[in-house]
Design a protein around this ligand. Structure first.
Ligand code: NAP
Length: 255
C-alpha cells in the first residue's frame, strides 16, 4: 500500500483528502491511500516519515509551507527554491525528500489556458497582484516566467509596490489583469472584497480570484457587474493537486 497525505495544523476540513480519496476510487487505484497527519509542530515530520516507510508523498498546508524547508533534503529549483514555500513533498525510494510548489504550476497553467481561450497574450497584459502573502509569491514567480508585467498591491507597500489608495483610473486602464491573492471574500466572510475602485473596472478587465469558495466572490461579482471577465481559483486547485500526483509518480530524479 502506497501512502500519501497532508501535513498542517489544525486540519479540520481538507480538499486534498477528499480529492485524492475520490480519485483513487474513480480511477480504480487500489494500492494507494490518502490520510491526514495533523502535526502539532513541524519537528514531528521526521518521526512521521520514519514511522511510515510506505509514505510516498505529502501535501503541506498552513502553517508549515515555509517551516518545512529545513527538514527536506532538496528543493525543486524552478518552484519551491524561488518561491520559498513548499506545498508538495516527494519521498524517493532511498528515503530522501524533495519539496515542490505546485501552486505555481496550478496558477500558471490555469492563467495560460484562460488567456488563450480569450485570445489574450500573457506578454501583452499588465497585472495587479492584490495581497503579498505566500500565494502571491507563487503567482508573481509564475508571472515572471510568463513575462507578464505586474505590480503588487499591499496594505503595507514596500519598494516598487502599490498601496490600494494608489489605484487611479490611469493605473487601472493600464493594468487589465487583476489577481486577488488575499483571503478577502472567502467563506464565511462572503461580503468582504479587496478595497479597489470597482467603478474603474470595464469590459477590458480580467479578474482572477484565487479564492474558490464561494464560486463567485464579491470581488468577481463586482467585476462582472462592470463587464469584466472573471475566473475563480477552482481550476488552479485541481491543477495543483494533479501536479502533486504526477510528481509523486515520477519514476526517479530528473537530474
Ligand atoms: P495569507 O498569507 O493569509 O494572505 C495573503 C495576503 O493577503 C496577506 O499577506 C495580505 O497582504 C493580504 N490580506 C490578508 N488579509 C487582508 C485584509 N483583511 N485586507 C487586505 N489584505 C489582506 O494567505 P495565502 O496563503 O497567501 O492565501 C491567500 C488566498 O489564496 C487564500 O484564500 C487561499 O485559500 C487562496 N489560495 C488558493 C489556491 C488555489 O489553488 N486556488 C492556492 C493557494 C491559496 P498585504 O499584507 O500585503 O496586504
Amino acid at each position: 500500500m502506497n501512502l500519501f497525505g497532508l501535513i498542517g495544523y489544525p486540519l479540520s476540513h481538507s480538499f486534498s483528502k477528499q480529492y485524492f480519496s475520490e480519485k483513487f476510487l474513480r480511477e480504480g487505484i487500489l494500492n494507494c491511500r490518502y490520510e491526514l497527519f495533523p502535526l502539532e509542530s513541524v519537528e514531528a515530520l521526521l518521526p512521521l516519515l520514519q514511522s511510515k516507510p510506505n509514505l510516498r508523498g505529502l501535501n503541506v498546508t498552513i502553517p508549515y509551507k515555509q517551516a518545512v524547508i529545513p527538514y527536506l533534503d532538496d528543493l525543486d529549483r524552478q518552484t519551491a527554491a524561488r518561491i520559498g514555500a513548499v506545498n508538495t513533498i516527494k519521498r524517493y525510494e532511498d528515503g530522501s525528500t524533495k519539496g515542490y510548489n505546485t501552486d505555481y504550476y496550478g496558477f500558471k497553467t490555469s492563467l495560460e489556458e484562460w488567456l488563450e481561450r480569450r485570445g489574450e497574450s500573457c506578454k501583452d497584459l499588465k497585472a495587479l497582484v492584490l495581497g503579498n502573502g505566500g500565494a502571491a509569491k507563487a503567482v508573481t514567480t509564475a508571472l515572471d516566467d510568463l513575462q507578464t508585467d505586474y505590480r503588487v498591491v499591499s496594505r503595507t507597500p514596500r519598494e516598487h509596490e502599490l498601496a490600494y489608495g494608489d489605484l487611479t483610473l490611469d493605473i487601472l486602464s493600464d493594468f487589465r489583469l487583476l489577481i486577488n491573492t488575499t483571503p478577502l471574500g472567502m467563506s464565511p466572510n462572503l461580503d468582504s472584497c479587496p478595497p479597489i475602485p470597482y467603478t474603474f473596472i470595464s469590459n477590458k478587465h480580467l479578474l482572477y480570484d484565487l479564492v474558490y469558495n464561494p464560486a463567485e466572490t464579491t470581488f468577481l461579482k463586482k467585476g462582472a457587474q462592470q463587464g469584466a471577465a472573471t475566473m475563480n481559483g477552482l481550476n488552479m486547485l485541481y491543477l495543483q493537486a494533479e501536479k502533486s500526483w504526477s510528481i509523486w509518480n515520477e519514476a526517479d530524479r530528473e537530474e
